[in-house]
Design a protein around this ligand. Structure first.
Ligand code: FMN
Length: 214
């Protein structure tokens, strides 16, 4: 039997609902729920988004709104809040890097994501690589730096920025080149979880990681 839930003093009161779905444990969220639906896609891998400042210096932020949208050509989508410096940098230069964050990089991620995590940097123009304890990886000439401590870095050209759909700008980008750590990424580009583990965000500063099965 599937049950529908209704709000009840901040908890969910379950009520039976007609169903054709067999014995599923799933329950419908009440209409009064605040609905941060994106959390239901989690946990989601965390990435460092590299961009170039107007003076060419490297900059970064953290992002989980990142996914592949085409294998050939290799296209990705990154949803960025319009007010971040990163968003302005990416829109201006039409270039970005995406570096996979690892399970031992929580502090760096929270610093890279300072406006979200509430960490105060010395100034708005502070070097976030230094603040986050990360090293800029020079990739293709005139492209933004990646994160040298990552296991994989994608260097991308912006194809399109979709605005006005929601509260984030959707950056669609084509992968131009990639850097990998051959010790932890196989020839067919699969991360070896026995060597390095991805950092996954549940929500806020709650994180998890992945482990191999079997
Ligand atoms: C784990 C984590 C995930 C984040 N995911 C996103 C995201 O997907 N999109 C986004 O716009 N901001 C995201 N943020 C927030 C930005 O990283 C953060 O506000 C950052 O300080 C923006 O930096 P900037 O203004 O220097 O570019 C995330 C932050 C953290 C800590």
């Amino acid at each position: 039997m599937i049950l529908r839930i209704v709000a009840n003093s901040g908890r969910y009161q379950m009520s039976p609902a007609p169903t054709q779905s067999g014995d599923s444990m799933l329950r419908e969220l009440p209409a009064t729920h605040p609905r941060p639906y994106h959390r239901l896609l989690g946990p989601r891998p965390v990435y460092f988004i590299g961009s170039s400042r107007p003076d060419g210096k490297p900059h970064l932020c953290a992002a989980t709104n990142v996914t592949s949208i085409s294998s050939d050509p290799a296209l990705i989508a990154v949803a960025l809040w319009p007010e971040w410096e990163t968003t302005a940098n990416v829109r201006r230069s039409r270039r970005l890097t995406v570096s996979l964050a690892l399970s031992d990089q929580v502090a760096s991620v929270l610093t890279a994501g300072h406006r979200y995590s509430g960490i105060t940097l010395p100034t708005d123009s502070s070097d976030k690589f230094t603040a986050a304890g990360l090293t800029p990886l020079t990739t293709v000439a005139d492209y933004p730096a990646g994160v040298a401590e990552s296991a994989a870095v994608l260097v991308c050209d912006v194809v399109e920025v979709v605005t006005g759909l929601g509260d984030h700008d959707v950056v669609i980008a084509k992968v131009r080149a990639a850097w990998v750590d051959p010790e932890s990424i196989s020839d067919d580009l699969v991360l070896d979880l026995t060597r390095r583990r991805p950092l996954l965000q549940l929500t806020g500063a709650q994180f998890a990681t992945a482990q191999p099965m079997g």
